[in-house]
Design a protein around this ligand. Sequence first.
Ligand SMILES: Cc1cc2nc3c(=O)[nH]c(=O)nc-3n(C[C@H](O)[C@H](O)[C@H](O)COP(=O)(O)O)c2cc1C
Length: 316
Amino acid sequence: MLTKNTKKICTLLGTRLPIVQAGMIWVSGAKLAAAAANSGCLGLIGAGSMQPELLEKHIIKARSLTTQPFGVNVPLLYSKAKEQIDVALEHGVKIFFTSAGSPKMFTDYLKGKGATVVHVTTTPELALKCEKAGVDAIVAEGFEAGGHNGRDEITTMCLIPQVVNAVSIPVIAAGGIGDGRAVAAALALGAHGVQIGSRFVATAEASAHSQFKDMITQSGSSDTMLAMRKLVPVRLLKNEFYAKIARAEESGASAEELKELLGKGRAKAGMFEGDLREGELEIGQVSGLIRDILPVQEVVSRLEQEFFAARESLKE
Ligand SMILES: Cc1cc2nc3c(=O)[nH]c(=O)nc-3n(C[C@H](O)[C@H](O)[C@H](O)COP(=O)(O)O)c2cc1C
């Protein structure tokens, strides 16, 4: 998968492949991050669902499971973001993927500590702001992605070339990449690498509940929808909880009312504890393509084979 563009991202992240296993609350702990790292990708521990003490444990565990580099994803909307960053720095983490907040918040601080900083964006304008804030690379995440999403609803296919045109730092494409064909497509659009979330949820090493993983493998192409646009837009698998939110939104519920309906602990209940009816089940549109739960090594090896087959298929 090495090209002029992808070599830049592999050099920046210290990986064999231009693939990042996305940071995901309740899903990407030490086991998944280490397995991804051992398979040649950048593994990310998702700090968003962890108290700083738990994050510390995951970093120590990941280090015992791999000698390859891994990083930490810190969503900046949570109050403990600074503590999470400091714990990770103390334990020698050198790569940070920040998201859900301004790139100005911690980029200078992290760069001052010698870390590599990548920030997640959903528009070319935000990408430019990230570049100005001094980040090393950008994740450009399209509307089809699982989890929290941009308000502008720009699909990956449209977003990547516009972001690539807007900035001169490396761009990592995210959203809707579930097999090697999509990796080839993202690189053809000018991306330097890809970040993959949903496909890695349905792996043996992900800490997602087994029933959530099974539900993903049985979902159809239109079984996810974006919800809670007035609060924090999030792409969810349709279930009873989603239906309640959709009804409330249709009848004009305010952000406050949605917050109340959401309550506390929904994401944990759904994704980690397997409450398929009332829990929040974050996943991307590409779930309609995911039919099996595999070890990470097998997912990555298929991604590579499919990528080369896709590239070959474009030749006459
Ligand atoms: C279950 C789940 C949890 C997620 N949690 C986070 C998170 O904590 N922080 C973050 O920046 N992005 C999060 N995301 C988004 C991913 O990092 C990634 O950008 C996205 O999944 C890519 O799109 P895809 O799902 O189509 O591969 C999450 C996605 C999923 C599916």
